[in-house]
Design a protein around this ligand. Structure first.
Ligand SMILES: N[C@@H](CCC(=O)N[C@@H](CS)C(=O)NCC(=O)O)C(=O)O
Length: 215
């Protein structure tokens, strides 16, 4: 029995979302934990850009974008209907919400975190830029439990690690802000069995070439 190989990093938000989708798709993979300071040559030979996650398929093809990994897994098997198969227009909206995260919000988030860390005076401005997206997510949860209804979708999983980063950047501000719905959504996730499985720590592949069945 062979499995796809996933190069992964415990706290990387992109690797986290890929791992969540692989679990939800019940797609077993062999996980190789890496450190960005000492990337395995086996991974760089496959994908020279050197980012994680990378998923190497049994046929030698590879995926080195987290969203592609999520879509690949869920298109194969989607027992929780994260792609909302009954209505293709929902998937278009799901992908649009993820795109807003991946393009505008994420850039603001990393600039905000940088400004906060180095006490740069753009910190408040950048936080308010992030909050435009955060407020949009909060509004989506006003009358439903998840971004696209009463059950999980690809959007919840893809966006989660980046809401978590925002909340962690200033826990007190996040707690005190009027984000009751988003805050509940986040804490429910973080208390879930899925999340603890996703965040499990593995020994580094580079140390003894030990890989682990991730399922
Ligand atoms: N667009 C990529 C981004 C992946 C990414 O940037 N991952 C970071 C770790 S969180 C990385 O590998 N950075 C390369 C490095 O730190 O050398 C994806 O969605 O998979």
């Amino acid at each position: 029995m062979t499995y796809p190989i996933l190069y992964s990093l415990q706290h990387c938000p992109y690797a986290m979302r890929a791992r969540m989708a692989l679990l939800m798709a019940q797609e077993d993979v062999l996980l190789r934990a890496i450190s960005t300071k000492d990337k395995p040559k086996e991974m760089l030979l496959v994908s020279a850009k050197g980012t994680v996650p990378v998923l190497v398929l049994e046929n030698g093809k590879f995926l080195d974008e987290s969203l592609d990994i999520m879509l690949w897994a869920l298109k194969k098997n989607d027992p929780h209907d994260l792609l909302k198969a009954s209505d293709p227009s929902i998937l278009i909206n799901i992908l649009a919400l993820i795109d807003e995260c991946d393009v505008g919000y994420r850039a603001n988030l990393s600039a905000y975190k940088h400004a906060k860390r180095f006490h740069i005076d753009t910190e408040n401005y950048l936080r308010s830029e992030c909050e435009k997206y955060i407020q949009k997510l909060e509004a989506l949860l006003e009358n439903q439990s998840y971004f696209f209804g009463e059950s999980l979708s690809l959007a919840d999983l893809a966006i989660l690690p980046f809401v978590r980063q925002f909340a962690n950047a200033d826990k007190k501000l996040f707690r005190d802000a009027p984000y009751e719905n988003l805050s509940q959504w986040l804490s429910d996730f973080m208390a879930s069995a899925l999340f603890s499985k996703v965040m499990r720590k593995y020994p580094l592949w580079n140390e003894n070439h030990e890989q682990f069945l991730f399922n």
